[in-house]
Write a protein that binds this ligand. Sequence first.
Ligand code: NDP
Length: 309
Amino acid sequence: MAKLLDGVAVREQIKAELRSRIDRLRALRRAPGLAVVLAGEDPASAIYVRNKVKTCEELGIYSEKITPPETITTGALLEIVEGLNRREEIDGILVQMPLPRHVDSKRVLDAILPAKDVDGFHPVNVGNLSIGNPGPRACTPAGVIELLKRYEVPMAGQEAVVVGRSDIVGKPMAMMLLHQNATVTICHSKTRDLPGVCRRADILVAAIGRAAMIDESYIKPGAAVIDVGMNRVTDAGEVTRIWRGEARKLAQLEEKGSVLVGDVNPIAMAELASAYTPVPGGVGPLTIAMLMVNTVTLAEQHLGITASA
Ligand code: NDP
């Protein structure tokens, strides 16, 4: 029977652990502070930001939402970031992606002070991850590592295959698995014989963005499978194919107009894996939890207060 890696349960554990650190900071100096910049009106981004702000409120982290219009220029966004860099009570700055098309996203992200780069995307922090220096880590892959550790999935010496090489998931994921002493292979759209490479994996991480692409031909029986993907399927034929005609999923499609699925076929994963993350409820919940961890850790560093002191 495959073990379900429950991201909601781990998120709640992480939040419970953070409360005492936050209470301590508030008692000694002040609440940790997170600023979120949401430019424009992208509905998905608005939901992500709302959830981030809500989690801050729940935990007692000060949060500030800055919502410039879609028409904002790169220069004006740089000014906002520089203003936040200077503010003592702001420990973390998050610029929600994607930015409006005309904005130079790279310039904006690079303008965030590395010491306030709560997403871990700044080149200095990418370098810190690469050489194993402390620093904020990209939240989604950091959440995956946390999940694997808490469920005692062995990583050292294991064959890990990461499908996807994006700067926010695939590459940092591979680097973090390497730091856990896994033997890591990174795959992408040009990889030859992807199913064959994936079948070598004791730990298979899918971060692709293609609904249920990873089927039984990619999974070694007994592997731990981590599904980072979040895709919406709207076609009844596709839903039938993925869930092998499961009536519950077709009813969900009828009711909501779409069904959420990861990059891994959920039926194949449950049948073959020794441990796996469900979608929803696996990796997703951990991303915000790790954002909170990064915010609190940066606040402790800025205030010179260690977690255990
Ligand atoms: P990107 O689109 O930036 O990267 C996708 C990667 O997948 C690329 O490296 C691409 O290869 C590779 N890829 C695409 N098609 C194939 C294919 N047919 N075979 C092999 N490799 C392929 O996506 P992200 O990394 O940003 O996100 C990946 C998924 O994770 C998405 O579904 C996203 O929604 C989800 N996500 C979930 C989060 C969460 O909190 N749960 C957080 C962030 C993302 P190439 O480089 O060659 O083009």
